[in-house]
Design a protein. Structure first.
Length: 263
């Protein structure tokens, strides 16, 4: 069995399905799955070789490539929805109430903070003048920051525990996108040196995703979703180059995996 070290956010439903259905074993893979608490920690460990593959926000890949000289590549982009809303504490009723307040984020430079900047800008708020960010990490840590009064708002997915605390949704980044993409990334050098291993992992992921969705449609690489994510980064003035997803993504391995789904 070939070993693969993978880092993801949340519960990793696709990874759990792949393991339960024996899809990794069928591909000759032994997969170690880490559930990260911070995108910066996750991406730093991808760069230094601790992780072979990560499931992460495409915006993180863009920032690490452009601003941290990382040679990373998105090898799978699955059509999806952001699934993130701007949740706020009970005393926050409008965007005006966020003036002078702090918002909890995973990372201040990339991820869901990028479309959050769009929401805040649309509401007439300026970073550093009207609000500030505090980096705390993943979703449950952002909710904790609101509970403890260290933050007045945060990007959060659908969470019953947030509602139970009296927090509510002020706005949603879902309205900013007609297409979106969930991303899988690795180091370019590692992908080249381990192409067969990577293809087998992606094939197991595709089969697991199909089992969860109940769909039998041929998978496609979500280029438009990636483009819209990168466009959002351009919209807030943080992109260093062209709005071209092929700068950061390569569908070669994905296409090889998709071709082998019937085998």
């Amino acid at each position: 069995m070939d070993k693969l070290r993978v880092s993801t956010f949340g519960g990793g439903a696709t990874q759990a399905a792949a393991a339960k259905l024996g899809l990794y074993e069928a591909e000759g893979l032994e997969v170690e799955v880490d559930v990260t608490q911070s995108s910066k920690d996750q991406m730093a460990k991808l760069v230094d070789g601790t992780w072979d593959v990560v499931h992460t926000n495409a915006d993180n890949v863009v920032w690490w490539c452009e601003d941290n000289a990382a040679d990373l590549v998105i090898v799978m982009a699955a059509e999806s929805k952001p699934g993130q809303d701007l949740w706020v504490r009970p005393e926050i009723e409008t965007y005006e109430d966020l003036r002078g307040k702090v918002l909890a984020v995973d990372a201040a430079e990339s991820g869901y903070v990028t479309p959050l900047r769009v929401l805040l800008s649309q509401a007439g708020l300026k970073e550093g003048t009207d609000y500030d960010f505090v980096e705390v990490g993943t979703t449950h840590l952002r909710i904790d920051a609101m509970r403890e009064g260290r933050a007045s708002g945060a990007m959060v997915g659908s969470r019953a525990d947030a509602a139970a605390d009296g927090f509510r949704v002020l706005d949603s980044i879902n309205r900013l996108y007609t297409h979106y993409a969930g991303s899988t990334a690795t180091r370019r050098e590692w992908a080249c040196a381990n192409a067969d291993l990577l293809v087998r992992y992606l094939r197991a992921q595709l089969r697991a995703a199909a089992s969860l969705s109940g769909g039998d449609a041929a998978p496609s690489f979500a280029w438009e979703g990636l483009r819209q994510i990168i466009q959002t980064r351009e919209d807030v003035g943080w992109l260093r180059g062209a709005v071209d997803p092929r700068r950061f993504a390569d569908d070669t391995y994905f296409l090889r995996a998709a071709e082998g789904l019937e085998s």
